[in-house]
Design a protein around this ligand. Structure first.
Ligand code: 13P
Length: 364
């Protein structure tokens, strides 16, 4: 049996647990704005905007300044490295702006997925080299939490036990390194929605993946109270012919979590994974309305499902900034309600609210 040598001090643990709690307190969630430059290329090409640094800065500024009216809804923002060091038109750094609004600053620290040789197209995520040094610097520069995305695929032959084990272990190594640097790790084992599988199969795979992740976190002595989980919701594959009700998605998701996520974890912040904006909100609401005991905050850490309407309304034009800010605020407020099980669909959704945001084999 292993021993835990030099465990964190009570003060170190309190710092981690307090950060995690603040992010998800009272129905707050996370704006995932950590799209890599490559992902921004895809986002901007959909609206005919050049993917240059100044355009990325203007777009992120629009989102971050809109947060002034979202103090109750947004508890954290995940930044990409470039964004951490950008400023508003008035010279206020984005990090400072978030801190003034009492929004926790997060940073994407993984370096993307790479193939796992000998598997049927499966991947692991790289970025452990120099991670401790990078975390130490980001902490000095204002970050209190981090994100690392691992990806698993459902098919007849996947996920393989190698992919499950390798991705669980790399998530645990990352989480351990973050915590040593007083950074709360968001643990993200994303099971992609690609495929024809049904809801039951997604639930089964989600359970196996989560079980492996929590075994690895335990093996690596990760302090669970100072972590957040960012999973996929349990949904049928994008090409599944059967359509399921929100209550069925809610039940399958909560059952999978209850079986595998310890109650010590303060919050589960779902990714939107290609669902339309409205669908991601309705599903989050159904998850929170599920009539089973749920010991964690169940909230959002959405990228596409918070930004699609705003991006479309902006279209790269200065005069559209106020309208785009309104679209983003609408989604943030709706998801804040859904995180408390209080969302009532109004039928007045935004410019892209009903559009599928699915991209095959999604990279971030
Ligand atoms: P989506 O909500 O667009 O799936 O992305 C969230 C995210 O941060 C994935 O890592």
């Amino acid at each position: 049996m292993t021993h835990q040598h030099n465990p964190f001090s009570p003060e170190h643990k309190k710092e981690l647990a307090d950060i995690a709690h603040r992010i998800v307190a009272n129905g707050k969630g996370i704006l995932a704005a950590d799209e890599s430059t490559g992902s921004m290329d895809k986002r901007f090409s959909s609206i005919g905007v050049d993917n240059i640094e100044e355009n990325r800065r203007c777009y992120r500024q629009l989102l971050f300044t809109a947060n002034k009216e979202l103090a109750d809804c947004v508890g954290g923002i995940i930044f990409f490295h470039e964004t951490m060091y950008q400023k508003t038109d008035d010279g206020v750094s984005f990090v400072e702006l978030a801190k003034k609004l009492k929004i926790e600053v997060g940073i994407k620290v993984d370096k993307g997925v790479v193939p796992l040789a000998g598997t049927n197209g499966e991947t692991t995520t790289q970025g452990l080299d120099g991670l401790s040094e990078r975390c130490a610097q980001y902490k000095k520069d204002g970050a209190n939490f981090a994100k690392w995305r691992c990806v698993l695929k459902i098919s007849e032959t996947t996920p393989s036990s190698l992919a499950i084990m390798e991705n669980a272990n790399v998530l645990a190594r990352y989480a351990s390194i973050c915590q040593q640097n007083r950074i709360v790790p968001i643990v993200e084992p994303e099971i992609l929605p690609d495929g024809t599988h049904d809801l039951k199969r997604c639930q089964y795979v989600s359970e196996k993946v989560l079980a492996a992740v929590y075994k690895a976190l335990s093996d690596h002595h990760v302090y669970l109270e100072g972590t957040l989980l960012k999973p996929n919701m349990v949904t049928a594959g994008h090409a599944c012919p059967t359509k399921y009700k929100p209550e069925e998605v809610g039940m399958a998701t909560v059952v999978a979590l209850r079986r595998n996520v310890p109650a010590a974890v303060p919050g589960v912040v779902f990714l939107s994974g290609g669902q339309s904006e409205e669908e991601a909100t309705i599903h989050l609401n159904a998850i929170n309305q599920c009539p089973l005991l749920k010991p964690w905050a169940l909230s959002f850490s959405y990228g596409r499902a918070l930004q699609a309407s705003a991006l479309k309304a902006w279209g790269g034009k200065k005069e559209n900034v106020p309208g785009a800010m309104e679209e983003y605020k609408k989604r943030a407020k709706a998801n804040h309600l859904a995180a408390q099980g209080k969302y009532v669909a109004t039928g007045q959704a935004g410019a892209a609210a009903g559009e599928s945001l699915f991209q095959a084999n999604h990279a971030y």
